[in-house]
Design a protein around this ligand. Structure first.
Ligand code: GH3
Ligand code: MG
Length: 315
């Protein structure tokens, strides 16, 4: 465990260094508060700190306040070392954001136990963050392909359309559907079907840009959100995707499987309403299927109008 210490008195600092070292800590030593604050701002800084109260430059209290004003994660557990033992001092220290305090000269055993308590808090916090991240992952990712799930890719589309309204730079979406996928399940089994979905997801990820979003929108349907991409750019990307997928046979335990995909492309210049945009891409996809599959079709204003009329008639 790494620990930061800030102490201006060289003798006390050395004593702390030696003691902590003996207990197995890796010590990051700072001669004053300003250096401590600079060190604590680094991404790889220790999450456990012992700060002397009285120091030249920034004192321990100021460092505490700055740390607490910053982002709450990763949490820094702060133990304040002070010669002041008045109740009002202690309250001031805790108010500034210290987690604990110890009066000088400190008792080595007491320091050791208080650090152990601090580590328990940090361990608990790390565990909480881990669980929270795992939950977030589960809530936003599709478990089969690891792509965004339907809700997450929809949210991303909403967010990006919000940006389009501000910046007026268009975005495009591509709705991708595997052709005759049911046959793959029927011929090779459901597990092979799953493997094909995973491979297709992987393949598409290698073709798109890092800031493009890709999610599993339905069973064998994927939605790509392409920020700052107009119709021509999206059509070119879709053709590249179509080509790449059709060109490579997938080597699975069940055999070599070739697939093709059909796609519908729609651009935010048609509509900036997410459902209407997806509806337009879906209409274009439908045309690609009817036109013989393994094709890309671009949505037009007529698709948007037809979609909204359809919606109106259903309402
Ligand atoms: P089209 O070319 O018209 O798109 O035909 P298709 O066979 O691809 O489409 P259809 O909608 O008839 O069938 C889709 C199939 O995808 C049916 C369903 O069982 C299968 N499917 C959906 N989700 C999964 C999944 O997670 N794993 C597997 N293996 N199959 C899935
Ligand atoms: Mg299909």
């Amino acid at each position: 465990m790494r620990i930061l210490i800030a102490e201006d008195d060289p003798v006390s600092r050395r004593l702390l260094e030696v003691t902590l070292h003996k207990w197995g800590y890796e010590v990051v030593s700072c001669p004053d508060g300003t250096t401590a604050w600079q060190t604590l701002q680094r991404p790889d800084s220790p999450s456990l700190a012992i700060l002397d109260w009285m120091m030249p430059g920034m004192d321990g209290l100021q460092v505490c306040r700055e740390v607490r004003q910053q982002a709450a994660e990763p949490y820094v557990y702060i133990l304040l070392l002070t010669a002041r033992s008045q109740k009002t001092d202690i309250i001031a220290g805790l108010e500034a954001g210290a987690d604990d305090y110890l009066t000088k000269p400190f008792d080595a055993n007491e320091l050791r136990m208080r650090l152990r308590a601090g580590r328990r808090i940090l361990d608990l916090q790390a565990e909480l963050i881990f669980v929270r991240e795992a939950l977030r992952e589960r809530a936003t990712r599709d478990s089969l392909t690891r792509l965004w799930n339907r809700a997450a890719i929809y949210e991303l589309l909403q967010r990006e359309l919000g940006r389009v309204r501000r910046t007026e730079i268009p975005l495009s979406i591509i709705l991708v559907d595997i052709d005759y996928f049911k046959r793959i399940n029927d011929t090779y089994g459901h597990l092979a079907g799953d493997a094909v979905l995973r491979e297709t997801a992987c393949c598409m990820q290698t073709v798109i840009r890092p800031y493009d979003g890709i999610g599993r929108y339905g069973g064998e349907e994927f939605l790509l959100v392409l920020p700052e991409c107009d119709a021509a750019g999206a059509m070119a990307l879709a053709e590249r995707l179509r080509d790449t997928i059709a060109a490579e046979a997938m080597v699975l335990a069940e055999g070599m499987i070739r697939i093709t995909v059909s796609m519908g492309v729609a651009t935010s210049s048609l509509t900036q309403e997410p459902d209407a945009l997806i509806g337009a891409a879906d209409a274009a996809l439908y045309r690609a299927k009817n036109g013989g599959r393994n094709r890309v079709e671009l949505a037009t204003a007529v698709d948007v109008m037809a979609e909204s009329e359809l919606k109106g008639s259903m309402a």
